[in-house]
Ligand binder design. Sequence first.
Ligand SMILES: NC(=O)c1ccc[n+]([C@@H]2O[C@H](COP(=O)([O-])OP(=O)(O)OC[C@H]3O[C@@H](n4cnc5c(N)ncnc54)[C@H](OP(=O)(O)O)[C@@H]3O)[C@@H](O)[C@H]2O)c1
Length: 287
Amino acid sequence: MTTVQLQNGVVLPSLGFGTFQIWDQGAAASAVAAALGVGYRLIDTAAGYFNEEGVGRGLKASGVPRDQVVLTSKLWPTEASYEGAKVALRRSLTKLGVDYLDVYLLHQALGDYYGAWRAMQEAQAAGLVRAIGVSNFGAERLVDLATFSGAVPAIDQIQRHPFKQQRLTVAAAAHLGVAIEAWQPLAHAAPALFNHPVVTAIAAAHRATVGQVVLAWQLQQGVIVIPKSTHLARMQENFAAQALTLTAAELEAMAGLDRAPQDPGPQNTPDLIARLTKIDPAGPHSG
Ligand SMILES: NC(=O)c1ccc[n+]([C@@H]2O[C@H](COP(=O)([O-])OP(=O)(O)OC[C@H]3O[C@@H](n4cnc5c(N)ncnc54)[C@H](OP(=O)(O)O)[C@@H]3O)[C@@H](O)[C@H]2O)c1
């Protein structure tokens, strides 16, 4: 299994399993148990996915020992404060049915995330979390937090796929020694990507699938990927991407697919903030 070592020494599988939009607890439990059966050893969830109970049940049902699985959850921005983070982390641990998380991320660069970050550092020192990081932080926010908070995030989980390569954020992360984890690594199977002639030609050359090519392209750059699927065959297909090696010319051709090379990174627009702050991870999922 390919791995990435975080700057505090924690080692992560570089191909994990995402659980966003698996709202039903039973479905989340089944998907996580199936993914662990396939061989995945990194599971990504969040308080804002409303499925931590199901994820925890799937983990137990799989029979895979807790210490062999890297479990990630995230702090929702409405709870981003020193006290809020402590309460939210306890709730996530309880819902997941575990006594520690491997990775805990600030879900967004919103709210009093400096206060939350202090609580997360304390949680790490107390052994409740093995590594702490951020998600959806662009270069500017990432450099700010890393420089002024006293702790460099271990990870920045950002939206990243061939059409959206986030070069500025990736470069800032590399400079700081922050691992990049790609959410929506398959671009949510967008037809424009899955039918793109550059990608389909590379897939044909390797007798691989487009999904495998897209994941292998990220893995070869040292990026952690967390594709989601509720179908066993796709879980297996995506997991097998680790065995695929693209040539330098193929990697370059994929790099050429970026639709916004000067993308400044995640932007907290008024619309996005309004949408995110309507979600309350302490309550039921409102659909
Ligand atoms: N930090 C954040 O703000 C944030 C935001 C979004 C997501 N995430 C994390 O990142 C994970 C992945 O992102 P995502 O779920 O949005 O998108 P994704 O993994 O890029 O794509 C998932 C979609 O692609 C389909 N799919 C999966 N494998 C496929 C394959 N080999 N061929 C064709 N279609 C395939 C899935 O369908 P089926 O399920 O029907 O197979 C699903 O509709 C999430 O699950 C979550 O853990 C984080």
